[in-house]
Write a protein that binds this ligand. Sequence first.
Ligand SMILES: Nc1ncnc2c1ncn2[C@@H]1O[C@H](COP(=O)(O)OP(=O)(O)OP(=O)(O)O)[C@@H](O)[C@H]1O
Length: 251
Amino acid sequence: MLKISDLTKKFGAFQALNVGQIDIPRGQVTGIVGPNGAGKTTLFNTVGGAFRPDTGQVMLDGTDITGLPPHKLAEQGLVRTFQISRDLGALTILENLLLARPGQLGESITASLFSRARIRAEEENAVEQARTLLERVDLWRLADQSAANLSGGQKKLLEVLRAMMLSPKVILLDEPAAGVAPTMEGVLADFILSLKAEGVTFAIVEHDMEMIERLCDSVYVMTEGREMMHGSFHEVTSDPRVLEAYLGSMV
Ligand SMILES: Nc1ncnc2c1ncn2[C@@H]1O[C@H](COP(=O)(O)OP(=O)(O)OP(=O)(O)O)[C@@H](O)[C@H]1O
């Protein structure tokens, strides 16, 4: 589904990313792990349109999407999640979802002058889509409350729902377990797996190895900007090179 080839990114003289080949298969959850500074966030930023790569190629379902900005990537079916920021926290839960979806008709002045009814229908569709998503995770009853009041786990659910408003093929999911109480981790994991069962493809950057084990069909281990190893959770966690990469980052 997503093929990342020879992707590089430098910050000044520092080579933060130097990936050979990372494949994110259709309908699977692929984990990306590695010690601090390994380049995981830079990979997501470069694939997700925040940075342009220096070299390399990203193909999504057969289409070259290299270097496209986030709104173009979303049109193609690739969406990256972001933490619910302070600004988004000030909005209600429903507003968070409605804002995640770029206005289609509403962006054109001509359309807004001549197609009020269509715009209203479009907005009603968006509310309906948001309601369906919120009901799935039992957040519809809180739709009018400020997102800032949600627990860490509920905020993570909201991040995923915001991505789902764009009906993506692929979600780049940033640290789903971060700031989530252990009791909520299972709820979050089950929701991600239910989306996977419906055909959504995930790439997940995560430090929490229990979450990786629970979610991932396969795992890439990154170190020093490169993909060092790829395999099942048990293959990568029993490989001495992986242990060494983690220990090496701590000394
Ligand atoms: N905008 C930037 N400017 C300069 N250097 C950067 C920038 N972003 C990241 N780096 C550097 O690139 C390297 C990789 O960072 P990155 O954040 O991608 O690692 P990571 O694997 O996500 O780490 P962590 O697990 O700690 O989030 C680090 O050495 C970091 O300092």
